[in-house]
Design a protein around this ligand. Sequence first.
Ligand SMILES: C[S@@+](CC[C@H](N)C(=O)[O-])C[C@H]1O[C@@H](n2cnc3c(N)ncnc32)[C@H](O)[C@@H]1O
Ligand SMILES: Nc1nc2[nH]cc(C(=O)O)c2c(=O)[nH]1
Ligand code: SF4
Ligand SMILES: [Mg+2]
Length: 258
Amino acid sequence: MPVASDVEEPTTDAEAAGEGLPINEVFYSLQGEGTLAGVPSVFVRTSGCNLRCWFCDSYHTSWEPTGAWRDVDSILEEVRSHEQANHVVLTGGEPLIHEESVELLERLDEEGYHATVETNGTIYRDVPIDLASISPKLTSSTPTPERDPKGEGEWEEKHEQNRIDMDALSQMVDAYETQLKFVVTDESDLPEITDLVERVREATVATVADDDVLLMPEGMTREQLDGTRSEVAELAMEYGYRYTPRLHVDLWNDAPGT
Ligand SMILES: C[S@@+](CC[C@H](N)C(=O)[O-])C[C@H]1O[C@@H](n2cnc3c(N)ncnc32)[C@H](O)[C@@H]1O
Ligand SMILES: Nc1nc2[nH]cc(C(=O)O)c2c(=O)[nH]1
Ligand code: SF4
Ligand SMILES: [Mg+2]
């Protein structure tokens, strides 16, 4: 395994040659979120993100991006080594900031894998994706000075400006089978969700059904979810949207590689 490095600094031959992806981790688990929850899947987590949600549960891909540059062949080899799995989840960080994610997704498609991409919906790329698991970011995700896990709100403005790109979002919804998976902190998020869903419906030809809209409780640990999941479940019933658990957190809490 190559030595972990900051993804901003070229350190390996693969990166110097403009090849490969900064990989934070590859692991085998059950899909914990969304319509495929419970499905055995290999997770490929890229490092680096164009946003900075204060609650990001993958701190070492966003606030402190770390990883090792790996070429697509070596990633595929590790994916194949989990012989039971025919589902792959490409996540991050934001996987679609990386050009080489296209190559990885094309190769996965050629090999017959079902590929889910976990994305914040701000970048559209024309690639083979079986399920676009889009998690558009709400106002409540913005790292204000009081909520910034690292500094004093240096990312607030940039995050706020970039968190929604209606063109990218609607292109993605029109191109792929989609779920819109919102992280809900409390009931004050709901008017913004209904408004955004309506705007997506107006901007697309695809049908976005209420059960393509998923409410996911905010929380990286069981303890934090204890404070959000019941309220979010009630909100899903009230609004007619779908609730998604965070099955991996329920099963393994915040253990690494799950
Ligand atoms: C770490 S993100 C990576 C993919 C992409 N950047 C995104 O945000 O969709 C993976 C998923 O975890 C969700 N997530 C991150 N932190 C969370 C938290 N504290 N509670 C609930 N969901 C969270 C994101 O909204 C997203 O659906
Ligand atoms: N088990 C498990 N399921 C997940 N679904 C989406 C995840 C992600 O971080 O994108 C994730 C994750 O980190 N673990
Ligand atoms: S967009 Fe995703 S990876 Fe980026 S900071 Fe937000 S939750 Fe983390
Ligand atoms: Mg996760």
